[in-house]
Design a protein around this ligand. Structure first.
Ligand SMILES: NC(=O)C1=CN([C@@H]2O[C@H](COP(=O)(O)OP(=O)(O)OC[C@H]3O[C@@H](n4cnc5c(N)ncnc54)[C@H](OP(=O)(O)O)[C@@H]3O)[C@@H](O)[C@H]2O)C=CC1
Ligand SMILES: O=C[C@H](O)[C@@H](O)[C@@H](O)[C@H](O)C(=O)O
Length: 318
């Protein structure tokens, strides 16, 4: 079984070890409960120990059930062997609702704590939504100071070991850093060869915030992604020359940026392939070719919530 390297995350209260590759659980079209549960069990079997979920994905419950079963069947000996990340949905991004929302996620997951709790997006919705896009009336700016205090409270109550953010620009991170007693440990953002995020990577490095890349394969075959990564001629040529798949070249490039990554596959063969990116590295020449790829953000909040002014403003920040 593959052993995935770990990265030390040290900007929160305790030092944490996070496996550099995590399994995503957001699928499109949304997978049913049984499919998510069996994919998680398969992922544990092939060596994944880091799982990424969110209230919004509806995958907390099947992930929790898979963990219970993995413990019962001895696939893992203790819950501590896993690194579990979940996220505060925008509908609960209000100071009074952070602790209850975290407790609700823990209940879904049947866990006493998560390893990382992230603010999913820097925006608030005043209602719990059942469908997207949403009406403009329910969109509000987020009270970052109040919300971050709630996140810090989750650590103090032992509900989570670490706290962080997702989809935050340099500007939004700076706002959090100005009010934080406990700085964010992680910023989970879209990052891949066609959206390299050089400025954000530099900024986070300087501030000691660890980046986790999502959609490292460009989220092909989903509503929010496209095939620009997996259909890239440059990546395919490198892959052919190396005897690797295009996906492995993309994931290896992401890993070489000094970040961790969460990628989703519910196929056993691709799960294994996506873990098999160690023991070789890209050459200077290959890195140079990849750095020249045309850049465009793939995942936008407007594609989820609708093209409302505040949402478009956030999408324009990088
Ligand atoms: N914080 C945030 O706002 C966001 C977080 N995320 C998180 O990041 C995770 C991963 O990102 P995601 O957007 O899913 O995109 P990915 O870049 O991981 O791409 C997933 C897609 O690629 C396919 N795939 C996986 N491996 C391979 C391979 N080796 N070769 C060819 N195709 C492959 C999968 O299909 P198949 O299953 O059939 O293999 C799926 O269609 C999510 O599941 C979620 O947990 C994602 C978006 C936003
Ligand atoms: O309803 C909203 C969705 O769950 C949205 O938040 C996700 O699709 C997001 O892009 C993610 O994957 O994190």
């Amino acid at each position: 079984m593959a052993k995935v390297p770990e990265v030390t995350i040290s900007s929160n209260v305790e030092k944490q070890l996070m496996p550099v590759i995590g399994m995503g659980t957001c699928s499109y079209p949304p997978a049913d409960h049984a499919t998510v549960k069996s994919a998680v069990l398969e992922a544990i079997k092939v060596g994944y120990r880091h799982f990424d979920t969110a209230f919004a994905y509806g995958s907390e419950k099947p992930l929790g059930e898979a963990i219970v079963e993995a413990l019962q069947t001895g696939l893992i000996k203790s819950r501590d062997e896993l690194f579990i990340t979940t996220k505060l949905w925008c509908s609960f991004a209000h100071p009074d609702q952070i602790v209850p929302a975290c407790k609700m996620s823990l209940q879904n997951l049947q866990l006493e704590y998560v390893d990382m709790y992230l603010i999913h997006h820097p925006i608030r919705l005043t209602e719990v939504i059942r469908k997207t896009p949403v009406e403009v009336e329910i969109i509000r700016p987020i009270d970052l100071k109040g919300v971050w205090e709630g996140m810090e409270e989750c650590i103090k109550l032992g509900l989570t070991k670490g706290i962080g953010v997702s989809n935050f620009s340099c500007e939004k991170l700076q706002e959090v850093l100005c009010v934080a007693t406990i700085p964010p440990a992680v910023n989970q953002v879209e990052l891949n060869p066609v959206w390299q995020q050089k400025r954000l990577v530099e900024f986070c490095k300087a501030k000691g915030i660890h980046i986790t890349a999502y959609s490292p394969l460009g989220a092909n075959n989903t509503k929010w992604g496209d095939n620009r990564v997996l259909d890239s001629d440059v990546l395919r040529e490198i892959a052919n020359a190396r005897g690797k798949s295009t996906a492995q070249v993309a994931l290896r490039w992401v890993y070489e940026q000094g970040v961790s990554l969460v990628t989703k596959s519910f196929s056993k063969e691709r799960m294994q392939q996506n873990l098999d990116i160690f023991g070789w590295s890209l050459s200077e020449e290959e890195l140079e070719k990849i750095s020249q790829l045309p850049q465009r953000k793939g995942v936008t909040l407007a594609s989820i919530l609708g093209p409302h002014d505040l949402v478009l403003q956030l999408d324009a920040e990088v």
